[in-house]
Ligand binder design. Structure first.
Ligand SMILES: NC(=O)c1ccc[n+]([C@@H]2O[C@H](COP(=O)([O-])OP(=O)(O)OC[C@H]3O[C@@H](n4cnc5c(N)ncnc54)[C@H](O)[C@@H]3O)[C@@H](O)[C@H]2O)c1
Length: 470
C-alpha cells in the first residue's frame, strides 16, 4: 500500500521505516528543512537501534522523504499524522500542528483515504480532524479518520514497532478498519517474522501480535490511560522506595516480592530519579486536563506527578547529604538522556539535576553515550563534556549516575575508583549492588536502599588514593 507519514520525529521516522520494512511504499513528510536535508543525505537524525539498518535497506526505494504534503497525500491510501503534540501552559495538548496538517490534507483528497492519528492526542481529536477536513470541503465519502496510537519506547522503538504487545486501531466503520488491518497484516498474520532478514525478535514477546479494533474514542483513551498507568507504576515504586529508605528495607527485594505476583508484574518497577521524556510528563497533564473538561477530577494523576517531582528533590538531598556543601564541588555525571538507549533529553530528570547542581555552584563533567550533542545545545559551556565515563570521573568529588545506560551498569570499578578524587557514588538508577560497591571501597548511595559506607570510611571520606593504598 502507498502510505504517507507526516512528521519524521521519533515516531514518524520509525513508523515510516517500519512500514517500508513490512513491504509498503512510504513517503515521509516533514516541514523542517534541515531534518529533511539530513534524511535525504542519508543521515540518521536520531539514535535508535536498527534504525540505520532499516533506513539503509529502504531509503530511496520503498522509503522516500519530502517537504511537500499534498502530492504525498494524493498518491497515498493512508496518511499517518505523527507530528508533535506538546503541552500548552495549561497542560492541555497543543493540537495546532495536527490541525494544520489536517487542513492541508483536505485539499489533496482525490479518492478514498484513511487519515490516521498516530500522534498522542486527547479523546475526540479524531472527530475534530474529521470536522476540519470536512470544513475544508473534502467530500465525506472520500475519507475516514482512524486512531492508531503508538506505544513504542524510545531506545527500543524499531523492535517495539515490529514486535508490539498489541496494535490498537480505533475506527468507526469496517471500510476504514480494513485499511489498517491490511497495513499491519504482515505482522498480525506472522508473515514478517518468517522472513530471513527480519529484525530479530527481542526477548519474550508473543508473536503474532493481536490487533484490537475499537471506537476512535476508546483508542484515544487507551493511549492516555496506558501512559498514565505506567507513570503511576513508576511513582508507586518510587514512593515505596522512600518508605524502604526510612525503615532500612531494600527496594530491590521488595520489587522482587511484589513483581512476582502475576496480577502486578515485575516490569516498570525501577525506582530512581523519576520519569521524564517527551511522553509521560505531557500525556499525564493532557489526560488530567481531558478528565477535568469532562467533569472528572483525576486527583490520582496529580499525586503521580507530585511524587515524580519529589523524587528529583530527594535525589538532590542525597547529593547534599553525601557531600555536605556543594559550592565548588566537582561532580562527574553519567547520563543526560531521559533514559538509556536514546539521545532524547526532553524533560530529562538528568538535565534538571545538572542545571540545579550548576545553580548551586557545582562544576560538572558529564558523559552520555548518545545524548551529548543534544545536551550541549541546552547546557552549552556550563558543563565539561567528557569522551567517556572515566574522563568525566577524573578528579571528581563524587560520581552521579543519572541514566540507566548498559555501559554504566558495566563500569570497570577499579579504574573508576582510581579516577575519582573521593570514592563516592550516588546512583539514581540503582545499577549496582551496595555490597560489591563497598568491596571496591566506594561509599554508595542509591534509591530505596540504605547507603553503603565502607568500614574504614565511616568517620570521614578519605581521598581515594589514600584508601586504595590502605
Ligand atoms: N517519542 C515517543 O516515544 C512517542 C511514543 C508514542 C507516541 N508519541 C507521540 O507521537 C507524536 C510525535 O512524537 P515525536 O516524539 O515523534 O515528536 P518529534 O517532535 O520528535 O517529531 C515531530 C515531527 O513533526 C514535524 N512536523 C511538525 N509539524 C509539521 C507539519 N505541519 N508538517 C510536517 N511535519 C511537521 C516536526 O518537524 C518533527 O520532525 C507526539 O504526539 C507524541 O506524544 C511519541
Amino acid at each position: 500500500m502507498r502510505i504517507a507519514v507526516v512528521g519524521s520525529g521519533y515516531v514518524g521516522l520509525v513508523a515510516g521505516a517500519c512500514f517500508a520494512e513490512l513491504g509498503h511504499d512510504v513517503i515521509v513528510v516533514d516541514n523542517d528543512e534541515q531534518k529533511l536535508a539530513a534524511l535525504q543525505a542519508g543521515q540518521v537524525p536520531i539514535h535508535e537501534n536498527f534504525l540505520p539498518e532499516l533506513l539503509n535497506r529502504h531509503r530511496g526505494k520503498r522509503l522516500t522523504f519530502s517537504g511537500d504534503l499534498q502530492p504525498a497525500v494524493k498518491e497515498s491510501s493512508a496518511i499517518f499524522i505523527a507530528v508533535g503534540t506538546p503541552p500548552t501552559e495549561q497542560g492541555e495538548a497543543d493540537l495546532s500542528y495536527v490541525e494544520s496538517v489536517a487542513r492541508s490534507i483536505s485539499a489533496a483528497i482525490n479518492g478514498y483515504k484513511v487519515v490516521v492519528e498516530k500522534s498522542t492526542v486527547p479523546v475526540y481529536t479524531s472527530e475534530w480532524v474529521r470536522r476540519v477536513i470536512l470544513r475544508n470541503a473534502a467530500p465525506p465519502d472520500l475519507f475516514d479518520v482512524a486512531s492508531n496510537p503508538e506505544f513504542l519506547r524510545e531506545g527500543n522503538a524499531v523492535t517495539d514497532f515490529l514486535y508490539p504487545d498489541r496494535i490498537v486501531v480505533g475506527a468507526n466503520n469496517e471500510r476504514c478498519a480494513a485499511v489498517l488491518r491490511e497495513i499491519y497484516a504482515p505482522l498480525t498474520d506472522g508473515r514478517y517474522y518468517r522472513r530471513p532478514e527480519a529484525i530479530p525478535q527481542p526477548g519474550q514477546v508473543p508473536i503474532p501480535p493481536k490487533l484490537i479494533v475499537t471506537s476512535t474514542q476508546s483508542a484515544e483513551l487507551i493511549k492516555h490511560a496506558s501512559n498514565a498507568f505506567l507513570a503511576m507504576k513508576i511513582s508507586f515504586i518510587n514512593a515505596v522506595a522512600s518508605v524502604c529508605e526510612a525503615v532500612g528495607a531494600d527496594v530491590k527485594q521488595v520489587c522482587q516480592g511484589i513483581g512476582s505476583d502475576s496480577r502486578i508484574g515485575a516490569r516498570f518497577f525501577n525506582p530512581g530519579i523519576g520519569y521524564g521524556g517527551s511522553c509521560f510528563p505531557k500525556d499525564l497533564k493532557a489526560f488530567r486536563a481531558v478528565a477535568r473538561e469532562c467533569g472528572y477530577e483525576f486527583r490520582l494523576l496529580d499525586e503521580v506527578m507530585r511524587i515524580n517531582e519529589e523524587q528529583r528533590e530527594r535525589f538532590l538531598r542525597k547529593v547534599r547529604s553525601a557531600l555536605w556543601t556543594l559550592r565548588g564541588k566537582r561532580l562527574a555525571v553519567l547520563g543526560l538522556a531521559f533514559k538509556g538507549g536514546t539521545d532524547d533529553i526532553r524533560e530529562s530528570p538528568a538535565i534538571f539535576l545538572v542545571e540545579t547542581l550548576l545553580q548551586e555552584g557545582c562544576r560538572i563533567a558529564a558523559y552520555d553515550p548518545a545524548a551529548q550533542e543534544r545536551a550541549r545545545e541546552v547546557l552549552g559551556s556550563s558543563v565539561d563534556f567528557a569522551a567517556d565515563a572515566y574522563e568525566a570521573a577524573r578528579g571528581a568529588d563524587a560520581l552521579l549516575i543519572l541514566t540507566e545506560w548498559d555501559e554504566f551498569a558495566n563500569l570497570d570499578l577499579k579504574r573508576m575508583y582510581s579516577q575519582l578524587k573521593y570514592p563516592v557514588v550516588i546512583d539514581g538508577r540503582n545499577l549496582y549492588d551496595g555490597e560489591s560497591m563497598a568491596e571496591f571501597g566506594f561509599t554508595y548511595y542509591s534509591v530505596g536502599r540504605s547507603a553503603v559506607i565502607p568500614e574504614h570510611t565511616r568517620d570521614a571520606a578519605a581521598p581515594a588514593r589514600t584508601l586504595k593504598n590502605s
